[in-house]
Design a protein around this ligand. Structure first.
Ligand code: TRP
Ligand code: ZN
Length: 866
């Protein structure tokens, strides 16, 4: 082993328990940028103040910076007056306050990591969360150091006519040699991860919003000129979000300007920089021809999410990165509530739970499991996870269920009032909720510290003679890495009883708090035999083990008055049917067919809900329910059920398809529901193997007046053997090859195909001239989607594993954050047969043995083997 590898094998972990208040505070910072893609000069003036009595030097983080000068109180220091290594500049200071100036040089056009200051399609922009500011200048790069920013930007006027930063533009002017400048001041003290600048040739969609106290805010969404027509939906979403946060949380915007910039190269969805949100263009740009309904919904959700951060994240920020869920869990919950308010609440909840089950439950069950508030990390970027975000949101949702809407709002008001302008902790949030409501959340706090999805077992017995029933509940929290012993959780379960014959509610919905390992609840005066409806609305993010027969599930799927519970019963019936077939117990498709038929025929249900309810669970969700995953058997069993459903209900699917057709495009909940049902019906017609299926799909593909219908048809065609497949793919490519976001869909649809030759297709696509490892969207569209295609990725030869590992290694040299995010599928090796498991481990070992591995990939790969 080389020295490099030995050094790389033991990166230091940061521990939550090691938190110390900052030794120096920086109340003021003045930045001066001489912007140029090849060579940008950053002059930084820090007003520093000793924090408490100590003799620590001023320690400033810095990464990849070329240090040119250091001044203290106006005097140039000479080398030897400070110490510098590859991570830190340390300056000993005598008094309790000083003005420290540094001059550094950076090269944005060489920044392929997309952290710090970088170039994206001719635009210069920044990404500082979590630790990118240290790649721009020397600074204590931690969220509990809050400063007032003044920022001067200077650049070539022709190449960079627009120069933006946080706060208000207070001055601007022309400089020498064709340059110009702007001066920005942000009155709100902020941590450096919320700093941003943008320089580019951009056009603005401008609008304004009048806040509840009558203040006019100028809004602008900045994009390349040709993209301007695609920004109206994002602007609507922004204005709706601003009004919603006033109405629902009493939160008003606090500056005169709010800017959004869209860029094509971005590691994440978007970033909530104070008054200058920077977005991945896929969460801004949309029109009917290029974006699906799901894209439109995601745009509204992300615009709302970033806007809501202005209070939950910016006005009140995080003390340290272990508290990340303080802002992310709360803000995801807020964006989920917002999205639910824009259409069907039940459909929104189904979507939230799907995401949770597809991304968070597997994380909680695997080698990368960690608590919502982690105890340690090697690379913080690896903790922007479904656990911190989505399980974090479930924690807030549970608090609301436990406290009730009114006290929850009081708690939120108290939290914002108490901690405005501060860097707070998850503990502070829980305490505010307790103090405002008088509810004791001591046991509930285990949700922050214990990882793993709790498993609740429910046994329900009815005694006809006594006219009473007993619900026996028990819970276990699985062992997770570093947490062998678990305490019982406080689990809120909305519960009701329905009459078995009448179908009516016979015991009203109540919130049962399961707090013990085992607990019994008795119900009296039950004249009619009851059916149990448990965890209604998915009040708690747990998995429930209840022995229910197909008849009970079918009953609930048809009669439960909680729409989520109906959906859930149907899903359970489908999962049971598929897993029965996989485990060779023989499987009766009859109950699913009957239940789906009934749901389709129910005119009281809205179309969007029907479309979600009749969809089969994904192959990977079925796999997650099994001890050892057999990807081929799951695929076979699921396809057989799809085929039977398609054949048995052929007339119903065609009727639903026809009923949902013929409307010209509109974006509203009803029209979206019709398109969704049309897509689902088409997929079942295709699953039946009907002779005309490919023709119907191609005709929809060809004549569609919107991307939702076109992409749905392409998805069906791309998974089949029909000749129309190539025609559709070629046509789609020719039509959209110059639109990067749509071309991403072309790659993704092929990576998600259920065809036998998907590995070959994906391998071939990695050599396509439009494939790119540099652009995270393109990389994720092909490689990320492939990693999520259970059957193709787990091809028995192991080629899928090799392909993924090869690309993780290639990407790691360019963009470690994006590379590390691709790793989780390989970490599932314990859940597969021995041959597959050994091949997956071998790829993880090969990754670990590679020279110059980033901390990001090193942490994920070594934990995955662990
Ligand atoms: N705070 C951002 C959000 O949730 C997340 C984010 C944007 C991010 N860019 C990032 C996280 C880069 C890590 C690295 O809205
Ligand atoms: Zn966020």
């Amino acid at each position: 082993m080389s020295d490099m590898q030995i050094a790389a094998a033991t990166p230091p972990a940061t521990l939550r328990a090691d938190y110390r208040a900052p030794a120096w505070l920086i109340p003021e910072i003045a930045l001066d940028f001489q912007l140029d893609p090849a060579r940008t000069i950053v002059r930084t003036r820090l007003t520093v103040e000793r924090n408490g009595a100590h003799h620590e030097p001023l320690r400033l983080d810095g990464e990849g910076l070329k240090l040119l000068e250091v001044h203290v109180d106006g005097d140039a220091l000479s080398e030897g007056d400070w110490t510098l290594d590859d991570a830190e500049l340390s300056v000993p200071l005598q008094g309790d306050a000083a003005v420290v100036e540094t001059l550094v040089e950076i090269a944005p056009d060489k920044n392929s990591q997309l952290m710090g200051l970088y170039a994206s399609g001719g635009i210069l922009c920044t990404q500082c969360e979590a630790e990118g500011f240290r790649r721009i200048t020397f600074f204590p790069d931690r969220p509990d150091v809050l400063s007032r920013y003044s920022v001067r930007l200077e650049a070539d006027k022709q190449r960079f006519p627009v120069l933006l930063s946080n706060g208000d533009c207070i001055e601007s002017g022309d400089g020498e040699a064709g340059r110009h400048w702007t001066l920005w001041q942000d009155p709100w003290p902020k941590p450096c991860y919320l700093f941003a600048l943008v320089a580019g040739d951009l056009a603005a969609n401008r609008d304004s919003f009048t806040t509840c106290s009558g203040k006019a805010v100028s809004l602008a969404i900045w994009v390349r000129e040709e993209d301007l027509p695609k920004t109206d939906h994002a602007m609507d979403a922004l204005k709706t979000s601003m009004a919603w946060d006033e109405r629902v949380y009493g939160r008003e915007y606090d500056l005169d300007q709010f800017n959004i910039v869209a860029v094509s190269d971005f590691n994440f969805g978007a970033m909530e920089n104070k008054s200058l949100n920077i977005f991945n263009s896929r969460y801004i740009l949309a029109d009917a021809d290029t974006a699906t309904d799901a894209d439109f919904d995601a745009i509204a959700g992300v615009v709302a999410h970033e806007y809501f951060h202005n209070w939950s994240g910016n006005r009140v920020t995080c003390r340290d990165w272990f508290q990340l869920s303080l802002k992310e869990g709360f803000t995801v919950f807020r964006d989920q509530q917002f999205s639910a308010d824009q259409g069907s609440e039940a459909v929104a909840r189904i979507g939230d739970v799907r995401v949770l089950r597809a991304a968070q439950f597997p994380e909680d069950a695997g080698p990368l499991a960690h608590p919502v508030r982690p105890e340690s990390y090697i690379e913080i970027s690896n903790f922007y996870t479904a656990t911190v975000y989505n399980k974090g949101a479930e924690l807030i949702r549970m608090m609301k269920a436990i406290l009730g809407a009114e006290d929850f709002r009081k708690g939120s008001d108290l939290y914002f009032e108490r901690h405005d302008g501060e860097a707070a902790t998850c503990e502070d949030f829980a305490t505010a909720m307790e103090d405002a409501s008088g509810t004791d959340l001591t046991q509930f706090r285990r949700w922050y510290s214990q990882a793993g999805t709790p498993k609740v077992t429910a046994r329900f017995d009815y005694d006809a003679e006594e006219q009473s029933a007993t619900l026996a509940l028990s819970q276990t929290v699985p062992v997770t890495p570093g947490q062998p012993d678990k305490q019982p959780m406080a689990i809120p379960l909305k519960t009701a009883l329905l009459g078995e014959t009448s179908g009516d509610p016979i015991v009203d919905e109540q919130l049962i708090m399961l707090t013990e390992s085992e607990q019994q609840i008795r119900f009296e005066n039950l004249a009619e035999p009851p059916v149990l409806s448990l965890n209604r609305g998915f009040t708690a993010p747990v998995s429930i083990d209840r022995e229910s027969d197909a008849a009970t599930l079918a009953f609930l799927s048809a009669r439960d008055d909680d729409p989520f519970a109906r959906y859930e019963a149907m899903q359970q019936l489908m999962v049971d049917t598929i897993t029965d077939a996989v485990s060779g117990n023989g499987s009766d498709h009859g109950p699913v067919i009957e239940a789906v038929g009934k749901t389709l025929a129910n005119n009281d249900l809205d179309k969007a809900f029907i479309a979600e309810a009749v969809l089969l669970p994904s192959e990977s969700f079925v796999g997650d329910q099994m001890l050892i995953v057999d990807p081929e058997a799951i695929h076979g069993a699921r396809e057989a059920l799809r085929n039977d459903l398609g054949e048995a209900l052929d007339a119903e699917w065609r009727a639903a398809y026809a009923g949902a057709s013929g409307n010209s495009y509109a974006y509203n909940p009803t029209a979206k529901g019709l398109r969704r049902l049309r897509a689902v019906s088409l997929s079942y017609v295709a699953a039946s193997g009907a002779d005309d299926a490919a023709q119907i799909a191609f005709s929809q593909f060809d004549s569609a007046d919107n991307m939702t219908d076109r992409q749905a048809a392409l998805g069906v065609l791309a998974s089949g053997e029909w000749p129309e497949r190539i025609a559709a793919l070629d046509d789609f490519y020719a039509r959209y090859k110059d639109d990067a976001l749509v071309l991403d869909k072309w790659f993704m649809v092929q990576a998600m195909s259920t065809r036998d030759d998907t590995v070959d297709a994906v391998e071939a696509l990695t050599a396509h001239p439009d494939f790119s490892i540099e652009n995270p969207n393109r990389f994720r569209s092909l490689i990320g989607a492939f990693g999520g295609n259970q059957r193709a990725f787990h091809t028995a030869s192991g080629r899928g594993y090799r392909l993924l590992a090869d690309h993780i290694l290639k990407a790691d040299a360019i963009n470690p954050q994006t590379a590390a995010r691709m790793l989780p599928p390989l970490g599932k090796w314990r859940r597969f047969d021995e041959e597959r498991g050994a091949m997956m481990r071998a790829e993880l070992e090969r990754i670990l043995a590679a020279p110059n591995l980033s901390k990001d990939v090193l942490e994920q790969a070594s934990k995955s083997l662990g």
